[in-house]
Design a protein around this ligand. Structure first.
Ligand SMILES: Nc1ncnc2c1ncn2[C@@H]1O[C@H](COP(=O)(O)OP(=O)(O)OP(=O)(O)O)[C@@H](O)[C@H]1O
Ligand SMILES: [Mg+2]
Length: 329
């Protein structure tokens, strides 16, 4: 039986500014099953990172607000204290951040940070923790791991820091790992190595993974299910095979068409015309309508709900009302 480790219900994250309160993540619902790898895809600015920071309890309270439920093993993290969240972040849910410097402390060496994490989590003596840290750095493909643990974050290149952060996130074998564009900055061989490592972590320690990426190739390689986000909402959801074979939302279709196909030589790669709207700029209707080749009048004025197909695929598009599939039929 599949059981969810994380259930997100009506998550809404807003930021207040001079222009009022702007929703960046707007009523999203999804779940992650134990041991599952779930992908979240969407163009820049769709709210992927804000979703993950909301789950981790890391949205700045100064101007940000998180509403809805974030149930981790039944506990609502949206209501948990900062002390409790710190414990969850150290033991249960780890995150690989898009910007590697944010989670490494500049005043401690790489070794001090890794050893401290291992020591707190596993209660191992320092010597054993040190050996484990070195091994983990080797696993993420970092050369001269023995020296590296004596160095400070600023002494490393961006790609190296990213791999240290990946090691740090995996070292405590979290129950859930949120990986926000973990391999985008890395070259292809290292990227493949990191994905293998994540697959291994998923298989061997049953870590569930939320993989946030622009790269549909990464989704095909390691995810079982995928969520497509657009302008703060989920527009399509389903198992990876169905979505790749038969995408139904015009946005998903556009994303898949934008993937370079090695077999076909094209002069220019297709990209969806137009841009993701600024949060708060569209008030009514489907947010994708201004860019959608299939949009009609209704799309401009009525927000579509998620329609569910027999195979479980969910699509937020009027063209899919009552199980129709206008685009593919
Ligand atoms: N602290 C903040 N205050 C105000 N607006 C914010 C804040 N953080 C993010 N946003 C806005 O929220 C929107 C979504 O941002 P987010 O970083 O989640 O996008 P993303 O999908 O992760 O994009 P990318 O693929 O580029 O990483 C953007 O328009 C961004 O400007
Ligand atoms: Mg992001």
């Amino acid at each position: 039986m599949e059981s969810p480790i994380l259930e997100v219900k009506s998550l809404r994250t807003t930021f207040s500014s001079d222009n009022g309160t702007i929703p960046v993540v707007n009523e999203i619902d999804f779940h992650v099953n134990a041991q599952e790898v779930l992908g979240i895809v969407g163009e820049s600015g769709c709210g992927k990172s804000v979703t993950s920071l909301s789950i981790m309890g890391l949205i700045p309270t100064k101007n940000g607000k998180v509403e809805g439920e974030i149930l981790y093993n039944g506990e609502n993290l949206a209501l948990s204290s900062e002390k409790r969240m710190r414990k969850i972040r150290g033991n249960d849910i780890a995150m690989i951040f898009q910007e590697p410097m944010t989670s490494l402390n500049p005043v401690f060496t790489i070794g001090e940070q890794l050893i401290e994490a291992i020591h707190i989590h596993w209660k191992w003596p320092k010597k054993r923790a040190r050996e484990h840290a070195v091994q983990m750095l080797k696993k993420v493909g970092l050369p001269r791991a023995e020296q590296l643990i004596k160095e400070y974050p600023h002494q490393l290149s961006g790609g190296m820091r990213q791999r240290v952060m990946i090691a740090m996130a995996m070292i405590c074998e979290p129950k859930l790992l949120i990986a926000d564009e973990p391999t985008t900055a890395l070259d292809v061989t290292i990227q493949a190595q990191i994905l293998d490592l994540m697959k291994k972590l998923n298989h061997e320690t049953d870590t569930a993974i939320i993989m946030i990426t622009h790269d549909l190739g990464v989704v095909a390689e390691i995810c079982q299910r995928v969520i497509v986000m657009y302008s703060g909402k989920i527009v399509e959801e389903g198992d990876v095979r169905s979505i790749f074979k038969n995408p139904k939302h015009p946005y998903t279709i556009g994303l898949i068409q934008s993937v370079p196909d090695m077999r076909e030589k094209k002069d220019r790669l297709y990209s969806i015309p137009g841009n993701v709207p600024k949060p708060g700029s569209i008030e009514v209707g489907c947010h994708f309508a201004p860019r959608c080749p299939y949009a009609n009048e209704r799309c401009k004025y009525e927000t579509p709900p998620l329609f569910t197909f027999d195979n479980g695929q969910k699509v937020r598009c009027w063209l899919c009302e009552e199980g129709r599939d206008v685009v593919n039929d």
